[in-house]
Design a protein around this ligand. Structure first.
Ligand code: GLA
Length: 757
């Protein structure tokens, strides 16, 4: 009898379960398009019959509008049936999904503003040009606008007009991801797990974090069950589990603390919340950071590049990078005439008049002992004999960079010890110049002015040099930079002179707005502005590393060195997603022969740590394994390493990524050879880089979504049959191997080894 009643209860529960069928109105065809700008275009009665049809799953450049930057409008007519909400489980809000938009948007419904740059707004929101000042990387964010079903902007069962005013800052433009639609807001969208921005804390062999479940609805109660499960990503072993009923009043939240043992792999944590009485489940997963870089020894150790180049007669600056307990005392034997060492800071300065190769013996001493390493100083024509290592403001601060943020980064180099591992440059990207809508942009003599965020560039340059660091800046060959600030067109000589006066050591020279100057897309037009700035730089008495940033157009790797480039971007802008990282990194094939001392392929800056391209930052969306892949691949590729994060917010995991001297030594290897892709087997790739000491660095990458156990055939990789293998991240010898080296590689992760005979 008891048994039957249990079955009955189960049946009742199952039948109460409500399956939610979402009705969706697809909006991916029928859009009309026009370039230019006119407020009338948002008016529902505006006659757009003359406009062209456009597809919304690809950028407008691929549809006959190349090049076109600036304003353009998209319009679509759609009937919104009331059954959409009448048949919905939650009948409160309608959502318009537009996918990603490149770069900025103001979206109107029936002539009334609905959303700006991804935020739903009230009908009388102010429409001014401030939406053009948003972080540029909005091109990578999906637009979802949601309003109440009773909002008068919606015309139920009638024709509605959606109008999207887009502004393309430069490069690709428009609505481009497809899948645009109208639907009702699902109950799942009212729950948020606040964990992405809470850091994991490592202490006493444990890893912990606080985590909260939030009801973001102002009116709904949420009832459901929360499940959390963490497993070792490689072995699948369960290391943590929690199950709890969680009921939340409107806007309420409940906090949990997760704690489990630290493992030497990522743990995969899956969180899910199942809504009572429905089949809806809100899911989220994340992977935990794990630290592989061993802690620094107390004794002195000289790190960084073994070779540096400078031109005769120009100011020289080299800081000996060394770890070990402070105070350290430095010595440099056989310094060329003209150079002096500050024994307490390790900073070498001066000028060398005579060309030549000088083998200097460096020593660092503390009360634990002494370390010696040689440094080859080549006074000649070439700079950047190893890929530049530095920080650039763009991936974190975007156009919101200012002098204080730059100085904070410089101080963090010292305080957090980055300078001890060879990190040298502090580079300001776009945003220091006068914006296009302000005047004057230059003084009476044509010298470029800085905006109020950079009151004194010379002071900034002097401060950086005094700290043993080098100073980088940014400009563009057109009249305006990509961010719409003053650029160098027709003032190249003035600007090179200003840079030299301020003490600039590195110039990133973009392309933006030069499209409007170039006569056509021929190779000579593509090279021209770079020759002009090269000659201007040659006319000043400073060594300025020259970084070309034209996204790889016209196979720049074939002629970047000819126009004087020390490095050149090979791709469009990177962002902090696996799609972007893997698309860029694993496509750097067949161009390796163009890289070498003095001239490097640049697959763009690093996206580890807190990034954001504007004033508001977020932790990188890459998983820890994806970040190990990022650094390992960039080092194998002999890429310039430009940190792109807020150095004030460096956590132990990110410091571990940026301070592994054996890994960085692969990037800084004096041979300067770029890795080749030697094996591709499904989702498994092996990249191999020749090193100056006769060894090779090998990266075994797993691009799949689950762990792969892989037996690397040494022969297939082009290596000798028997080899000694060292794990570079762990800085640990693994032994001697014959024939194969078998290893487990976590999803999106890497095993980075050095092999020697
Ligand atoms: C371009 C470059 C970026 C950055 C911005 C500045 O997009 O590729 O790296 O310099 O310009 O506006």
């Amino acid at each position: 009898m008891k048994k039957y009643s249990i079955i009955l209860v189960v049946l009742l529960l199952v039948s109460c379960q409500r399956k939610i069928n979402e009705i969706v109105i697809p909006l991916n065809s029928g859009w009309k398009f026009i370039t230019g700008d006119n407020p009338e275009y948002s008016n529902p009665v505006f006659n757009d019959t003359e406009w062209k049809l456009i597809e919304v799953d690809k950028i407008w450049e691929e549809q006959g509008y190349d090049p076109y930057d600036g304003f353009a409008w998209f319009r679509l007519k759609v009937t919104i049936p009331s059954k959409l909400y009448k048949e919905a489980f939650l009948q409160d809000s309608l959502r318009l999904f537009l996918g990603k938009i490149n770069n900025f948007d103001q979206t109107f419904l029936n002539g009334k503003i609905l959303g700006i740059n991804g935020k739903t707004v009230v009908e009388n929101a102010i429409l001014d040009s401030s939406f053009l000042k948003a972080p540029i990387n909005l091109w990578d964010y999906e637009r979802r606008y949601a309003i109440s079903v009773s909002d008068p902007r919606i015309l139920w069962d009638e024709e509605n007009v959606i109008a999207v005013r887009v502004f393309d800052q430069g490069g690709q433009g428009g609505l481009y991801t497809g899948n645009q639609m109208l639907s009702m807001v699902n109950i799942k969208e009212y729950i948020a797990f606040n964990n992405g921005s809470n850091p994991f804390i490592f202490s006493n062999g444990k890893i912990s974090k606080s985590f909260s479940v939030n009801n973001i609805s102002k009116i709904l109660n949420l009832e459901g069950r929360l499940k959390i499960r963490a497993v070792n990503k490689v072995t699948g072993e369960e290391i943590y589990k929690l199950e709890n009923d969680v009921t939340l009043l409107p806007l309420a939240s409940q906090e949990f603390k997760l704690e489990f043992p630290q493992i030497d792999q990522s743990a995969l944590i899956k969180y899910n919340y199942s809504f009572k009485g429905t089949n809806e489940i809100y899911e989220y997963k994340e992977e935990t950071p794990y630290i592989l870089t061993p802690s620094e020894p107390a004794g002195p150790r000289i790190n960084g590049a073994r070779i540096t180049g400078a031109r005769p007669g120009n100011p020289f600056l080299f800081t000996i990078p060394a770890t070990g307990e402070r105070p350290l005392t430095y010595k440099a034997e056989n310094l060329p005439q003209g150079l002096t060492l500050d024994q307490s800071t390790g900073i070498i300065t001066g000028k060398v008049i005579k060309k030549g190769e000088y083998k200097v013996n460096l020593t660092a001493t503390n009360n634990q002992g002494t370390d010696s390493k040689s440094l080859l100083i080549i006074i000649g024509d070439q700079l950047a004999l190893t890929p530049p290592m530095g920080w650039n403001s763009w991936n974190c601060w975007g156009l919101a960079v200012d002098e204080e943020k730059v100085m904070m980064s410089a101080r963090a180099y010292i305080d957090k010890g980055l300078i001890n591992h060879g990190w040298t440059y502090i580079n300001i990207d776009d945003g220091w110049e006068i914006p296009k809508d302000k005047d004057p942009k230059r003084d009476g003599k044509g010298n470029i002015l800085t905006n109020e965020k950079f009151p004194d560039m010379k002071r900034l340059g002097d401060s950086l040099h005094a700290m043993g660091l080098k100073f980088g800046i940014y400009s563009s060959p057109g009249p305006l930079t990509c961010g719409g600030y003053t650029a160098s067109y027709q003032y190249e000589v003035n600007d090179a002179k200003s840079f030299a006066k301020w003490g600039v050591d590195y110039l990133k020279y973009d392309w933006c707005s030069y499209d409007g100057i170039a006569k056509d897309t021929s190779l000579s037009e593509r090279k021209k502005p770079y020759f002009i700035m090269r000659d201007a730089l040659a006319g000043v008495d400073r060594d300025i590393v020259y970084s070309l940033c034209q996204y790889g157009m016209s196979r720049v790797w074939e002629w970047g060195a000819e126009v004087g480039g020390n490095l050149w971007r090979t791709t469009g802008d990177i962002t902090d997603t696996w799609e972007s990282l893997s698309e860029i990194g694993f496509n750097q094939t067949e161009i390796g022969s163009f890289a070498g001392p003095g001239h490097w392929n640049d697959p763009d800056m690093l996206v580890t740590g807190w990034v954001g391209w504007g004033p508001n930052l977020h932790p990188t969306r890459l998983t820890p394994d994806e970040q190990y892949t990022h650094i390992s691949l960039w080092c194998l590729l002999s890429s310039p390493l430009l940190i792109g994060c807020d150095l004030q917010r460096l956590d132990p995991f990110t410091i571990n990524l940026l301070t592994n001297d054996e890994v960085l030594a692969i990037d800084q290897d004096p041979l300067g050879s770029q890795a080749d892709q030697v094996i591709v087997e499904g989702d498994l790739q092996v990249w191999l880089k020749q090193l100056a000491d006769g060894g090779q660095a090998v990266g075994i990458f797993n691009l799949a979504d689950s762990t792969i156990n892989y037996p690397l055939s040494l022969k297939t990789a082009g290596l000798p049959e028997t080899l000694k293998i060292r794990d570079l991240w762990r800085q640990k010898d693994l032994g001697t191997f014959t024939g194969t080296f078998e290893t487990g590689i976590p999803s999106h992760g890497v095993v980075l080894i050095k092999v020697t005979q």
